[in-house]
Design a protein around this ligand. Sequence first.
Ligand code: ZN
Length: 487
Amino acid sequence: MAKEERRVLIETEKEDLLRKHHNCYICDESLDGYSREEIQFDHIYAYADGYPQELSNFAPVHASKDERKLNCHGAKSRKSPIEYREEVRIKKQLKTVQGLSDVCPSAIQSTNVISPDFKSITFNGVQLPLYNQRLGLKDNYYFFHEVETKYIENDNEIQLRPLEPKILPLVFNLKNSIQLLPSLARIDPVSKTVKLFDGQHKAVAQIVGNNRERIPCIVFVNPDVNALRVTVYEAHTDFVQQRYKKSHIDSKLADIYGQKIEAFRRKIGNPNAPYSEADILRGESVPTIRNFLLSSIIKEVNIVTDIIRLYAAESRTDQKEHPILWQSIERFIAKFCNLNAIEEVSGNELNYRSDEIDNLVFILTLIEEYAINSKWSPDNPSSKAHKMCRTFFYRTAFNNWLNTIEEAIRFSMEQMRGAKIYGALCYQKEYPPEVRKRVSGIVQRLFDHPLWVQESIQDEIAKTNQDSVVTGIFKREGLDYIYLTKL
Ligand SMILES: [Zn+2]
């Protein structure tokens, strides 16, 4: 299908638009004082996304090159005007909002009547089921409803905190994602209003971002405010759920990536259809693509070897039991693997993803053999071998030898191949035996270097948190890629 030419407006059409729009379509500020050269006529809905090119899909926007004037056209970058206009509107509105009390300044009174059997409540004329969380002898009635914002106000007795900066990303998140949990509110017996005491961020995000006139709420009927205040406080302090473990996040990401591939294949109607990462991940940001690929590489590695499960630490404290920090594993993969989405479809001989896993596992197994096996013994933490092993995997030491070993392997492979090697060292055809032999020698020399056994150096490394200090030690002790590649 031939692509339609991008429409160029003629002068009279531009004049028509300027008669219709007195303000910039993006920021809604006046266009007065802007010459014709300082105004651009943008597609409201992106032409690139296939929207029509009628005159009604064009609007004038500020586009001044004068630094003292507005350049909304330049600022929107690659976003469509309608998308960027929404972003500008939200940011502008949030500047004036410190809390729910700014978007719902004063609620009108609600009416509520509980049925004689306490099974339902008529709230503002709507009959709703009533529930009870009975504690001991005390009843705690509540109901669920989408409450109109005009009935809602902030609960100044329980909800004391202002909005946090996370409100901005939350607003954009809730424009595209479903809200999982309702806000919490109570009916105040004196003011007869619905006071929202938890979930203020969600409520503001829905009102500002999605112009919602109703907010999903769990509403408690005349609860004990003091008890509730304590409960809310504890919920936000003592009972805050543990943050997700890095390994869980990585495995979740790998699952999502797997589902994307499945969805792609379903669309084509062939469960084994070859796919390219570039197709699957089109439209995702560079960091997102890296995270997807990194997590799927970890998943693949875990199918072949136990090394990550056995030796990866989820946190600094966990490093007492497991030598390798999770961030070090990720760094290792980022260094040796290709974290760009590749165009070659799966199964193509120029797609090296499965060779990459083989090569990576090969190097990881060497590290296990020379740095961990018969050295790491958390049951005997004062042993010399254990201390040395711990030194290998201090973050600063690791970051340094990771660079050195990569340099050494690249140098050797280039020597053997007689040609420069571009890109990630594992993203290559499966290493032939002679390369494996060289790599094995390099890893062995690294962990056999005399610096590691010296207790004074172990202490130096243990004390620092700066990579550059260990860089200095390596230099002083002669541990570099030349040393590692000596035959
Ligand atoms: Zn503007």
